[in-house]
Design a protein around this ligand. Structure first.
Ligand SMILES: Cc1cc2nc3c(=O)[nH]c(=O)nc-3n(C[C@H](O)[C@H](O)[C@H](O)COP(=O)(O)OP(=O)(O)OC[C@H]3O[C@@H](n4cnc5c(N)ncnc54)[C@H](O)[C@@H]3O)c2cc1C
Length: 362
């Protein structure tokens, strides 16, 4: 019998499993599909909230802690598995400055480098391919990116190397609760008992714990396109009005993303595809010369304020909720998993955790 079952093998479940395993727990991840195959695979991998100053401190505290964990995490994963997560320092160039004061206050509070750009030429010095019609902006030089599918591959291999058990294509149908505490889960009519259970089921988390908790997590669809360009065409992540282009090392450029509250439907639309292509060429005109290689969508685990649940259930002992990371599961994930493990293992917490409890607004 495992010490702990994690329901969901996205980035949140995988990172939580890693933290718990490193503290000596015997962990089993139970995943309905493939490890990392949902929102985690679909994301852009920007290791920063898009407009951090719009978020509550509860989000920024975890984001800033995570940013410091990623270099050490990716180096360890490379060493253990040989997979390079392509963590790279791309910077984030925002092509408008209307929120400069809020941005500067946030940068000062968290000790982040922020530069106000006031000419088209200075923007082009940072990213030569940017549309010359932009003439002001905000430059966050320290923003990193990881390549999500590589992060998933590395985390999966690290489970194999470290001996973390996982079961794919296994849907948890029920949580087993008895006399005020969780006892395990049910899959395909059979029970797997465990001392502790963590719900890390992304957009599906409210469904998975519907019988025992009413949590504010709902799917928010995001569509993304990927263009094939030559390596080195773009240096930086460029963003305008919520849309961005992310250059990967080998020349692929991702453009995202839509925000659609249409339930669990992941259908792609040609309208979104065309709009994303238009945003891409508006930000970086030369992208019109390149073909769309792929178009996909993912379901973000949305909460109202983007604040995740990182907590034990209020009334059911040993049942934990680790979900609702919305647009920031990659950036928050590393620190959030550490905090979740500290709560589970009753260790000293690395930050205040009240904002992540079931009773707090999310
Ligand atoms: C287009 C797009 C762009 C994004 N860009 C970024 C970005 O740049 N930076 C960033 O930080 N974040 C980004 N995100 C958000 C980020 O991807 C998510 O916050 C993160 O992946 C959530 O991870 P998760 O593990 O909670 O969810 P998921 O990755 O969805 O994993 C949950 C898992 O639970 C499984 N599951 C569900 N129900 C059950 C069940 N009953 N039994 C067993 N398993 C179950 C699912 O199959 C799934 O694999 C983006 C998301 C999208 C869609």
């Amino acid at each position: 019998m495992p010490d702990c079952i994690i329901v969901g093998g996205g980035v949140i479940g995988l990172l939580t499993a890693r933290e718990l395993h490193r503290s000596g727990l015997d962990v089993l991840i139970v995943e309905r599909g493939k490890l990392g195959g949902e929102s985690t695979w679909a994301g852009g991998g920007i290791v920063s909230p898009l407009y951090p100053w719009r978020y509550d401190d509860a989000v920024n505290v975890l984001a800033e802690k995570s940013k410091r964990i990623y270099p050490e995490l990716c180096a360890a994963l490379l060493e253990e598995t040989g997979v390079d997560c392509e963590l790279q320092h791309s910077g984030l160039l925002i092509t408008h400055d209307e929120e400069l004061q809020q941005a500067q206050r946030w940068a000062e509070q968290y000790g982040v480098s922020l530069q106000h750009i006031t000419t088209a030429r200075s923007l082009q010095e940072i990213e030569p391919q940017i549309n010359p019609r932009f003439d002001r902006g905000i430059w966050l030089a320290d923003v990193d990116q990881v390549r999500n599918p590589k992060l998933v591959e590395a985390l999966r291999k690290s489970c194999d190397v470290d001996g973390i058990s996982y079961r794919e294509h296994s849907e948890v149908q029920q949580l087993l609760i008895e006399t005020g505490r969780v006892r395990g889960i049910q899959i395909d009519g059979s029970n797997i008992m465990a001392d502790k259970v963590v719900i890390a089921s992304g957009a599906w988390s409210a469904r998975v714990c519907a019988e025992v908790a009413d949590i504010d997590v709902a799917p928010v669809k995001g569509q993304m396109i990927m263009l094939k360009t030559e390596a080195g065409l773009l240096d930086t992540i460029v963003m305008s009005q919520g849309h961005y282009v992310i250059p990967r090392r080998d020349g692929y450029v991702l453009t995202g993303s839509t925000l659609e509250r249409t339930g669990f439907d992941k259908t792609l639309s040609s309208q979104a595809r065309d709009e994303l292509l238009q945003y891409a060429s508006e930000l970086v005109p030369c992208l019109t010369d390149y073909a769309i290689e792929r178009h996909w969508s993912g379901l973000r685990p949305g909460t109202s304020k983007g604040i995740p649940y990182v907590c034990e259930h209020d009334e059911i002992a040993n049942l934990y909720i680790h979900a609702g990371h919305y647009r920031n599961g990659i950036v928050l994930g590393a620190a959030s998993a550490r905090l979740m493990a500290e709560i589970i293992l009753q260790k000293t917490l690395s930050c205040h955790a009240d904002a992540y409890k079931m009773t707090s607004p999310h």
